[in-house]
Design a protein around this ligand. Structure first.
Ligand code: FES
Length: 124
């Protein structure tokens, strides 16, 4: 069995209504996840590109959040209407949909240069 070429992770996490960040579940995430599954399979990507529901990806205010690996392209404010464009432009054409990409400076991950050496494979 070969490896998948890509994974498309769709956050479907739900937060309480009092959370100021909101959540992906409240922004149609289940429909986004279902659209990726249906449309990727319809395009013949089953066992090539894997759509996965994910827990919180820690970009909650940007929901619905989708991340494509190994490309490490993060999308925010994705709706079901955006799925065809992401598949056509990014998955088929290799060109991320710029209008939906979350800029690196808005992501909550730690800059690799600031990360502990142990998290960089032990290299200082
Ligand atoms: S709830 Fe989706 S990123 Fe946190």
């Amino acid at each position: 069995m070969a490896k998948f070429q890509r994974h498309v992770f769709v956050c479907t996490n739900e937060r309480g209504k009092d959370d100021p960040r909101g959540c992906c579940k409240g922004r149609d995430a289940d429909a986004v996840a279902e659209a990726f599954k249906e449309k990727l399979y319809a395009r013949g990507f089953k066992r090539i590109v894997r759509p996965n529901k994910a827990g919180c990806l820690d970009q909650c205010a940007q929901g619905c959040v989708v991340v494509v690996y190994p490309d490490a392209v993060w999308y925010g404010h994705v709706t079901p209407a955006d799925v065809d464009e992401i598949i056509e432009s990014h998955i088929v054409g290799g060109k991320p949909v710029a209008r939906l990409v979350i800029p690196d400076e808005q992501l909550t991950g730690l800059d690799p240069q600031s990360a502990p050496a142990s998290s960089r494979g032990g290299k200082a």
